[in-house]
Design a protein around this ligand. Structure first.
Ligand SMILES: *Cc1c(COP(=O)(O)O)cnc(C)c1O
Length: 365
C-alpha cells in the first residue's frame, strides 16, 4: 500500500466543529445524507484557484449560467472505504481523475491536473475520516463534479468553471431482494460519437424515463442495447454488465457508448487472477437469452462503485416475459466469489500487487 503523498489541507476550527458535531443518520440510505463540508476550486482565465474546504451549503448560480442551459456538467463517483485496520482509504482514485479529465475533454471543459483532483478528494476524505461509516457495505460516497459558470445564452464554451467534491456517508445501493433488469428496446442511452463513455450529467437525465418504465414493471434496472442495431448488450444506466456463460466471464468491449468502470476493470483483473477466462466480446441479446434458456448462462451481474457487484436474477421484456436465471448455491456463484474478492481488496483484507488502495491517513480513526 502506498503512503499518503500529500499533506491534507488544514481546515478552520469552525469547520472542524461542524464535522465533530455531524451524526450519521439512521438508516443511512444511499446518497441521502450529505457530509457537512465540501471541497471547491474555481477556474478562470486558464488557471485553477487553490483548493478550499468549506461548509456544505447551496451554491449561488446566475440563472443564465451556461451549465444550466447547455449542460457543460460532468461528475465522478468514488468511495472512501474503511480498511480492516481502521484506517480510511480510496480505491484506485487516479482512474477517477483520468476519467474526469476524459469527460472534461469531451465536453470542451478544462482538465483538472491529477495532483489537484487527488488533493481535493484526499483532503476531504481525511477531514471526514470519522464520518466514514463502519458497517458492512457502508462507505463515504464521494461525488466530484464540474460545471460551467459563465453567464450568457450564446452557445459557446465557457471560460469559468467550478469544481466541487461533496460526500455522502452511504449504505448499500440495492436495499435487498432480487434485481430484475428490463431490456430497453426503444430508447437508447448512448450513441456512437456521443457522450456515453463519459460521466456527463445529461446521459443520466435521458435514462430516467426508461428507469421509470422499468420500476413500473417491478424491475430495478434498465439494460441498454446499442443505438444502431438495438441488438447488442451495452450496460445498465450506471453500472457495467457481466454474464457468466459456461463458467467464463463475458462483458461487452469498451466503446464510445460504454462507460469504462473502475469496478469493471478491477473485476476483469481479479477474475483473471482467479484463473477465470474473460471475454470482452459483443453479446447479442438473442444469444444471451438463448444461453439463459439453455442453462449455459447461469449468472448475470451489474458492477459499479455504488452497487459493487450485484447479481441480476432475471431479464424482463415490456410485455412481461421474464428470462429467469437458475438459482445457484452460494458456493457455486462466481459473482459472489468475485464480490468477496473485490471487497477483500477494497478493505485491505487482501493486498493486491497493483497498489490499488490509497490510505488517506496513517492512523486508524
Ligand atoms: C459510473 C458508471 C459505471 C461504473 O463505473 P465505476 O467506475 O465502476 O463506478 C458504469 N456505467 C455507467 C453508465 C456509469 O455512469
Amino acid at each position: 500500500m502506498s503512503l499518503v503523498t500529500q499533506e491534507p489541507l488544514e481546515i478552520a476550527p469552525q469547520l472542524a466543529a461542524l464535522v465533530n458535531e455531524f451524526q450519521l443518520p439512521k438508516p443511512l440510505g444511499f446518497g441521502q445524507a450529505m457530509a457537512p463540508i465540501m471541497a471547491t476550486m474555481d477556474y478562470c482565465d486558464g488557471v485553477w484557484s487553490d483548493l478550499s474546504l468549506k461548509k456544505y451549503e447551496p451554491l449561488s448560480l446566475d440563472p443564465a449560467c451556461k451549465s444550466l442551459h447547455y449542460g457543460q456538467l460532468i461528475f465522478e463517483g468514488m468511495k472512501a472505504f474503511r480498511l480492516v485496520d481502521g484506517r480510511v482509504a480510496l480505491f484506485r482514485p487516479e482512474l477517477n481523475s483520468r476519467r474526469f479529465n476524459a469527460s472534461a475533454r469531451r465536453m470542451a471543459m478544462p482538465e483538472l491536473p491529477e495532483e489537484l483532483f487527488m488533493q481535493a478528494v484526499m483532503s476531504l476524505s481525511y477531514h471526514l475520516r470519522h464520518a466514514v461509516p463502519k458497517g458492512d457495505g457502508e462507505s463515504l460516497y464521494l461525488r466530484p463534479l464540474m460545471l460551467a459558470t459563465d453567464v450568457g445564452l450564446s452557445l459557446k464554451p465557457a471560460s469559468t468553471y467550478k469544481f466541487l467534491v461533496i460526500a455522502s456517508p452511504s449504505g448499500a445501493y440495492f436495499a435487498s431482494g432480487k434485481v430484475t433488469a428490463l431490456i430497453e428496446r426503444h430508447d437508447c442511452r448512448a450513441a456512437p460519437g456521443g457522450t456515453g463513455a463519459f460521466k456527463v450529467a445529461g446521459n443520466y437525465g435521458s435514462s430516467i424515463r426508461a428507469d421509470i418504465k422499468a420500476t413500473s414493471l417491478k424491475c430495478q434496472q434498465t439494460l441498454w442495447l446499442d443505438a444502431v442495431e438495438k441488438s447488442y448488450v451495452e450496460e445498465f444506466s450506471g453500472m457495467n454488465f457481466f454474464a457468466v456463460i459456461d463458467g467464463e466471464l463475458w462483458t461487452p468491449p469498451l466503446s464510445d457508448s460504454i462507460l469504462g468502470g473502475v469496478t469493471r476493470d478491477s473485476v476483469i483483473k481479479l477474475a483473471e487472477g482467479l484463473g477465470v477466462k474473460v471475454h470482452e466480446q459483443p453479446i447479442h441479446i438473442d444469444d444471451l437469452i438463448s444461453a439463459i434458456k439453455a442453462g449455459q448462462c447461469r449468472e448475470l451481474f451489474a458492477c459499479g462503485t455504488a452497487a459493487v457487484i450485484s447479481p441480476v436474477h432475471a431479464l424482463a421484456e415490456r410485455d412481461g416475459t421474464l428470462h429467469e436465471l437458475t438459482n445457484l448455491k452460494t458456493e457455486e456463484s462466481l459473482s459472489l466469489a468475485l464480490r468477496r474478492e473485490l471487497v477483500a481488496v477494497q478493505t485491505g483484507a487482501k493486498l493486491t500487487a497493483g497498489d490499488w488502495v490509497k490510505p488517506v491517513s496513517q492512523m486508524p480513526c
